[in-house]
Design a protein around this ligand. Structure first.
Ligand SMILES: O=C(O)CCC(=O)C(=O)O
Length: 228
């Protein structure tokens, strides 16, 4: 990417809380990663699971992706204090895993730790019909509250209690496989229902500025400082 493109990406990230970085990895690499993701899910995943953590801790291919120069160079545009990889996860949707990921902000996954951002890379072309990422631009500037909400099946999930955005504020990110969406851990995001019944594998990798380990970090064995 050219210098001016990095500046533009940083400006969009600052303004919107996310930025799309086209063609981070190739279609061929997506094919290989998808086969590897399936292998890891089949070998190590909970039966029927659609989310699997710690890909980089078990798979050399995903470990290389987390530290890939194209990804890290792009991240440097928005991470002036260095780049540390923390963790990653595969989120998989298909004909029988249609679920829409509910609106949320990631910093509630890691309360009271330093700020983080994530890169969402679909390994299949991602569209509104197969469950692509949805975002609310600018929502990273607001103070959101999460509450536990009871579901019909007796389980609980976290929900944003002061949601005030409208349908027109939502951006549905239709992107080609291999393109990355870099987003703040304060950005409201979710994903659409997979009505197409087509595969939608995505890898989400999370990064933060390098610093001494916080207790939270210790749960992530593949964490690594990539740019000091
Ligand atoms: O890929 C998706 O459906 C979004 C997943 C997500 O936002 C998350 O797991 O935090």
């Amino acid at each position: 990417m050219k210098n001016s493109n990095f500046k533009d990406l940083a400006a969009r990230f600052e303004r919107d809380g996310f930025a799309i970085a086209p063609d981070l990895i190739t279609a061929e690499e997506c094919d290989k990663l998808k086969i590897e993701a399936r292998r890891v899910l089949d070998t190590n995943g909970r039966p029927g699971a659609s989310v699997h953590l710690h890909m980089a801790a078990t798979s050399p291919l995903f470990r290389d992706l987390a530290a890939d120069a194209r990804v890290v160079e792009t991240l440097q545009a928005v991470m002036p204090h260095g780049v540390m990889f923390l963790s990653d996860k595969i989120v998989y949707k298909s004909a029988d895993k249609k679920f829409a990921t509910p609106w949320h902000i990631d910093c509630f996954y890691w309360r009271n730790t330093r700020p983080k951002l994530s890169v969402w890379i679909p390994l299949d072309d991602a569209t509104a019909e197969n469950g692509t990422l949805t975002v609310v631009p600018g929502s990273h500037r607001k103070d959101w509250q999460m509450v536990k909400k009871g579901l019909a099946n007796g389980e609980f999930h976290d929900e944003i209690s002061n949601a005030d955005w409208r349908d027109g504020d939502i951006v549905t990110c239709a992107i080609k496989r291999g393109t990355g969406i870099i987003f703040s851990d304060r950005l409201v995001h979710g994903s659409t229902t997979n009505t197409a019944g087509k595969d939608r594998y995505a890898i989400i990798s999370t990064y933060q500025a390098p610093a001494a380990d916080e207790p939270f970090d210790l749960d992530f064995p593949a964490r690594k400082v990539l740019v000091a």
